[in-house]
Ligand binder design. Structure first.
Ligand SMILES: Nc1ncnc2c1ncn2[C@@H]1O[C@H](COP(=O)(O)OP(=O)(O)OP(=O)(O)O)[C@@H](O)[C@H]1O
Ligand SMILES: [Mg+2]
Length: 230
């Protein structure tokens, strides 16, 4: 298994204000899977994504990523794992407003120690792959929502991570742009990237090959996605 979460619990706050955001979550994801995690607002989707993405730690349970026990890692090693193994895509794109599309995409390469000329070449190639070769010098506020998300996807994939983690990637997009993003995910998955996508939208979740549901911090699995006719 590429990813194996067992008995994961996550609590926020304490006393009266305590929230059990994840309750004994078990999830195994094999290399090459494309999985959607669905659930209503407040059910624990982002909390789970933060743990899977090594942005936060669980209170109980174990998380094995690519054979490595994440629970035992210090902050430095966690950021290495994030840089090398995981690409992130967010609902609100999270691009740097003062950087061009090219510089946004090249950013992870700075941390990876790639030289400037090489970074720019790689970023331009990555932008070509998402259909934005004509927009490399544009700033985020000169791009449409769908274009911004494609820049974010190019950035997420620039280090060739094995896992793409997306939290409501189409949540801020119109239908046509959302479809383009889903087509890109399809291509990336076909090329071997494991995708974990969080969404509350059933029509978006249908793009995945497997669907899990989280309700009030409890994760469960029903159906097999593409074969469901609902
Ligand atoms: N930093 C925090 N401190 C306290 N409680 C939190 C914190 N973050 C999340 N929670 C609580 O944990 C629960 C799960 O939150 P989470 O953000 O994971 O939900 P979600 O499924 O992503 O919701 P949405 O669809 O609205 O994004 C909620 O009840 C929320 O109030
Ligand atoms: Mg959320």
């Amino acid at each position: 298994m590429l990813l194996e979460l067992s008995g994961i619990c996550k609590n926020y706050g304490s006393g009266q204000a305590a929230v059990a955001a994840l309750k004994n979550v078990n999830l195994s994801v094999a290399e090459g899977e494309y999985i959607a995690i669905m659930g209503p607002s407040g059910s624990g989707k982002t909390t789970l994504m933060n743990i899977i993405g090594c942005l936060d730690r669980c209170d109980e349970g174990t998380y094995m990523l690519d054979g490595i026990d994440i629970s035992a890692m210090d902050e430095n090693r966690l950021s290495d794992v994030r840089l090398n193994k995981i690409g992130f895509v967010f609902q609100t794109f999270q691009l740097l407003p003062g950087d061009t599309a090219r510089d946004n995409v090249a950013l992870p390469l700075i941390y990876a120690g790639v030289k400037k000329a090489e970074r720019e070449k790689m970023a331009e190639e990555a932008l070509g792959k998402v259909g934005l070769e004509e927009r490399t010098g544009f700033y985020p506020n000169q791009l449409s929502g769908g274009q911004k998300q494609r820049v974010a996807i190019a950035r997420a994939m620039i280090n060739h991570p094995r896992i793409l983690l997306a939290d409501e990637p189409t949540g801020a997009l119109d239908q046509a742009s959302g479809r383009q993003v889903m087509e890109l995910f399809e291509t990336l998955n076909r090329e071997g990237t494991t995708i974990i996508m969080i969404t509350h939208d059933a029509s978006v979740a249908k793009n995945a090959k497997r669907i899990c549901y989280i309700v009030d911090g409890v994760l469960s699995e029903k159906g097999t996605g593409e074969n469901d006719e609902e």
